[in-house]
Design a protein around this ligand. Structure first.
Ligand code: 9MD
Length: 233
């Protein structure tokens, strides 16, 4: 009989991560702004770079609160952040889009993003991912833990001490597995489907540089932080 119930220490561990995740919510003003009007490709690009820049800063704070992260080798800490920032951005974007909104708002939001300046060819993979995240109806704890699991992916480029990262990711996966069983009792495969989304997320990594450089506008400007995190300029 697998240990189904969440232990006291796992509950404390999860609370640290979920509280930190909730403290670091991106201001929902990106949805408010997008629902107001259809911006031009230039304005949308600026909105994206502003949101993405603040999200990276938020991601660093969130990551520092992951138990054990700060005791990793410092260069590995950077490699994990650099390797997961784009995925965390798409994951966060997907979670924002799958948030319950008043009737019709999600459709308007989707329309605004489809017309935001992104090249047509990237719409399908991006919205397929957004749809597949939406269908999971993740609870907040699952969202927070999935983000932490994404950051603690041992096989990012330039990570030297894989086992040390695995040792941090494993307890995270164990709690996530129990959470899935708890919140989705009638879907025994839910945990596996959730992890499958991380594979889909990696494919978006490949597209993101082209998505940015092919934005329907000339000479896109990036903040120094985004030049660091995104392979642009
Ligand atoms: O600002 C965005 N996302 C932030 C990033 C930090 C975390 C919070 C959400 C972008 C912008 C908004 C202006 C139009 C273009 O998309 N965005 C993307 C997206 C991200 C990467 C690329 Cl390359 C293209 C589009 N998908 C989104 C889905 C959504 F539901 C919402 Cl609200 C916004 C979304």
């Amino acid at each position: 009989k697998e240990k189904a119930e969440i232990t006291k220490e796992q509950q404390a561990f999860m609370k640290v991560i979920v509280d930190s995740y909730n403290r670091h919510q991106i201001p929902q003003d990106v949805t408010k702004k997008l629902l107001q009007e259809q911006y031009s490709a230039e304005e949308n690009f600026i909105l994206l770079t502003e949101m993405a820049t603040s999200q990276v800063q938020v991601l660093v704070e969130f990551t520092k609160n992951i138990p054990g992260f700060l005791s990793l080798d410092h260069e590995d800490q950077i490699a994990l952040l650099k390797g997961s920032a784009v995925e965390a951005m798409f994951l966060r974007s997907a979670q924002v889009l799958s948030t319950k909104m008043p009737n019709g708002h999600t459709e308007v939001l989707e329309e605004r993003i489809r017309n935001s300046g992104i090249s047509e060819e990237f719409m399908t993979p991006m919205f397929n991912f957004y749809k597949s995240i939406g269908k999971l109806h993740m609870v907040q704890e699952e969202q927070a833990l999935l983000t932490a699991v994404t950051i603690l992916t041992p096989d990012r480029p330039f990570v030297k001490d894989h086992p040390a990262v695995e040792r941090l990711q494993e307890p995270m996966l164990e709690v996530l597995r129990k959470l899935c069983a708890l919140h989705h009792p009638r879907e025994p495969q839910y945990f596996a489907r959730l992890l499958g989304r991380l594979t889909e997320l990696r494919t978006l990594n490949h597209y993101h540089t082209e998505m940015l450089t092919s934005w329907r506008m000339n000479d896109q400007k990036f903040t120094p932080l985004l030049c660091e995190i995104w392979d642009v300029q």
